[in-house]
Structures are given as structure tokens and as C-alpha cells.
Design a protein around this ligand. Sequence first.
Ligand SMILES: [Zn+2]
Ligand SMILES: [Zn+2]
Length: 294
Amino acid sequence: MRPSAVTRRARAGRPVGFHVSIAGGFAASVERAVENGCDAMQIFPGNPRGWAHSKVCGPEAALFRERRRTAGVRCVAVHTAYLINLATPDDAAFRRSIALFNDELEVAEAIGADFLVTHLGSPLARDSAFAERRVCDGLAAAAAAGLGAKTMILLENTSGSGTGFGSDISVIGGIMDRMAGLGLETGLCFDTCHGFAAGYPLCKKADGPALAKRLLSEAGPGRLKLIHLNDSKGALASRLDRHEHIGAGRIDPDALGAFLNHPAIKDLPLIMETPKDSPDDDPRNLAVVRAMLK
Ligand SMILES: [Zn+2]
Ligand SMILES: [Zn+2]
């Protein structure tokens, strides 16, 4: 029997966890992640607001994988730096973005991460068709470098603020189709705050199953792999990317519960990127979510 099968049997239900810091090293993040009984985690591989390339040496990557295995963490996601812009019309910025993206994907594969989550950037004054082509070229560069086979690249929907690209799931679905045609399987990470802010309603209970069905049809079957579970400070279609504690924002808790418990969603890992203003925040959000899950 594979060790993962043992772990899976030992833990009931879907993997749930938080974005955590890697202060003190990659391996130290595992302890932080499993506090409160969590078994899913997300990290930045370096400074998310800088261009410095993160690195992980062989022994540190091995230590992370070992700690993860013994702690029973079932889902590890790595989130790319925010400066990466795979949709940019600026050639130098595009090359710099690809270099950092590939580096972060390499780190994700070295530590055995399941997913690399990335935003799609901004085409600035150019249109959506340009952005789609550019993102596909950027992802193809990762595949050409031999990356993306061990760790799956997930495209995250955004709130659609400013010239940001990637708030329309059907457009992301088109990119995933194109990449599959080039031999690179990618998936969708759906962020509930970004989706709500972009106009995907979660205002009444019936919106939950409707959203699940819509995501499946717009992204394509089997493509939705991970949920970023965040409430929204901004109203529906406000385009505001401001995460709120679960149940304390503008998303209706009944709608959110019905979405999370929909048969097509109910086994997907949940990772919260909720505010961490006090040590009580994570345990409280976790308790609210556990109470929502059937
Ligand atoms: Zn994100
Ligand atoms: Zn997110």
C-alpha cells in the first residue's frame, strides 16, 4: 500500500488549510501549516513582491518532503510572485516573468508541490486576445524547459480590477484548452473572493450549486483542482480584491456552504488566504468552514 493511501484513510474528508509563511525555511512552514489540524497548505517560494529568484537546495527540498509526509499534509500549493506578468506586451518584462515563473515552478517541483498557482497578469493597453496568446506562449516556455509535468500549473481567476486579466473563467478555460493541445495539462484554482468581486454571484443558497455547474462548464470537466476559500470585503461585481474572514464579508454563508458541498466540489482541497491580524484568526476561520462542510 502506498503511504499516501494510508494517510488518505487516516484523515476524513477533503484537505483544508491556509496560506502560511516560509520564515525559517521551507521545512519550517510545514509545522505552521499543520497547526489546528490542517492538512493542506500554500506558500510563496520567496518574496512575493520582489524579483529575487528563490532557490531551494536538495537537502532542504528533501527535508520539506519528509516533514510533509510525516505530518500527513495532503495538498501543497506554491503561489507565484505577484510581479510575474505573462500577459505583458513589454518583451523585456515578458522574458523576466518567464524566467521567474520557471524558477518558481522548479522550486515547486523540487519540494514535491502538487500545484503551482499563478495569476494571468495584465496586457495593459492590449486586448484579451493578445493576453490569451501571450499567456499561452509564457506557459509553453515552461513546458519547453521540461517543467510542469510533476507539479501542475493552476491558473487562478482574478477580481478583474484595473487592466487585470483572468477574471472570466470561460477565457481561462480557452487557455487551458489551448495548452492541452500543446501537451501541457493545466488546471483552475478558483478564488471565491475574486470570483464574487468579478461578478460570479454567491448571494443566496441556490447560487452555490449554480456556480459549481457554471465553473465546470466554463473551465471544462476535471479542470477545477483547488479552491482559494476567502470571503470578500467588496460587493458582488465590485472588482475589489480584498479578502475577508469567512462568514464576515459580503458572500452569503448559505450560498458558500451549498457551493462547497456540491458533489462536483466536495472533494476539492480548500486553502484560505484570510487575514492574519491575531493568532485567533486561523482557528476561528477553520471552525466556521468546518461547520459549513457536510
Ligand atoms: Zn492568488
Ligand atoms: Zn487566491
